[in-house]
Design a binder for this molecule. Sequence first.
Ligand code: SF4
Ligand code: SF4
Length: 82
Amino acid sequence: ALKILEGCTNCDMCEPECPNQAIYYGEKIYEINPDLCTECVGYYDTPTCVSVCPVDCIITDPNRVEDQDTLLKKFEHLVLTD
Ligand code: SF4
Ligand code: SF4
């Protein structure tokens, strides 16, 4: 899963672009629900939030490093339980 750092300017570019609705406005900045973030696996070749973020404040969550297979399984689970 990815993670939004404090440099987020709340520009609101990423939230509507997330195919998993994993991005939400938190207490101060936008945040990502790691249980919903597939790093865009299943939808796009690269994470679309990273592509649109003007300040490059979205990184791989060091506490939720997942390989492609894990991300694909998460995508399939989310689609099946949608
Ligand atoms: Fe959403 Fe993709 Fe960003 Fe994860 S990487 S928060 S799924 S847009
Ligand atoms: Fe924050 Fe970047 Fe999302 Fe804008 S695109 S709300 S700066 S994380």
